[in-house]
Design a binder for this molecule. Sequence first.
Ligand code: SAM
Length: 376
Amino acid sequence: MRTGSIAGQHQHDMMIDVSHDELAYQQFVQTYLAEMNGRLLQGMKPIVDAEGTPGTIKQVTDQRRRYLKHPYGQMWSSLRRIGREFTCEAVGPSVERQLPELIEKARKYRGSNRKIGSLQLDPSVKAPRYNTEIEIHCKPGGYHTELTEDDVFAGAEYDRTTYLNTSGRLGPLQDMLGKDVAHWIKRMYPDLKPKRILEMGCTIGQSTIGWADAFPDAEIHAIDVAAPCLRYGHARAEALGRRIHFSQQDAEKTSFPDNHFDIVTSHAMIHETATQALHNIFAESLRILKPGGVMAHNDGAPFRDLTPLGRVVPDWDTHYNAEPFITKMRGSDLAEWAFAAGWPKGSVRSAYTSETSAASKGNQIGGAGYVIVGRK
Ligand SMILES: C[S@@+](CC[C@H](N)C(=O)[O-])C[C@H]1O[C@@H](n2cnc3c(N)ncnc32)[C@H](O)[C@@H]1O
């Protein structure tokens, strides 16, 4: 029996269909993860509460070592790891069952003479080592692995697993991060009338849709290194009637000319890149922006802004969820990294896009509301 989609998620043409039993498992995982990040995380409060400021990497590391000696900390950590493994396990079989149909649909969108956006794949672009040497957030094969010709598996799986991980808080189309930053930029830079916008590390173009809707007159580009996600993302955008130009490119060194974009952005990408890579991404953003253009990289808030409890999940993800760069990123002053990459002193700062995001410090859903922003 086919029962359609999980409550609240938009059922577009590329979305997997799920059987009764698959849906039950996915709903269980969604509830389990919400409990882990909610009530069960709150149970860690008495163990970490005394830690206070300043949120240095050493302090966060010591905090983790201490809570892992406590029986409650050990229980929470083990249960969270199991939850992360459940996520892809609950979604993978639904995707695998429908993979031939999904691949065929994606091919049709690509070949259609009614398509509105575009997709350019470049097999010479290789996923960097910092993506391939780990199975990022316990996602088997990561974003880039191709199991078959014209594969879309990693993308189709990501569409549903993101929804489960975030309990739907990114909205029915999961475009909230893009929407949030795009509207903030409109308010902050009313003189900026962008003609061309780039999202780096777009995966399946969820946030990109937020940008396309906020700036309907702009040409919207989205790049990623992962072909299976780009194929799925392109077909998804076409199914949803959004004009987005996807291409397979490395954000550290794109093929775009100098002074090309009015806005260069990313969402939840920079915590997945190594230190030197992020340096290169800041430099590349500067190169491809027009004078007066705006860079806005959106990710999780720095430890210095978080409560001790707020630091637990991002640091835990670094060590037990195969996202090895988070703690270093959250423990560093990224504006300083941008200056070291060539941005003039004083031209880059960090900001929160709303009072709500400033209050929640963006630690719950991988970066809501926090941006590293610079104007060229
Ligand atoms: C967490 S996902 C981003 C989610 C997406 N931006 C969204 O808002 O839905 C991180 C993405 O960054 C991509 N990525 C990592 N390093 C990259 C690089 N050097 N160039 C392009 N994409 C990269 C990964 O392939 C992955 O798809």
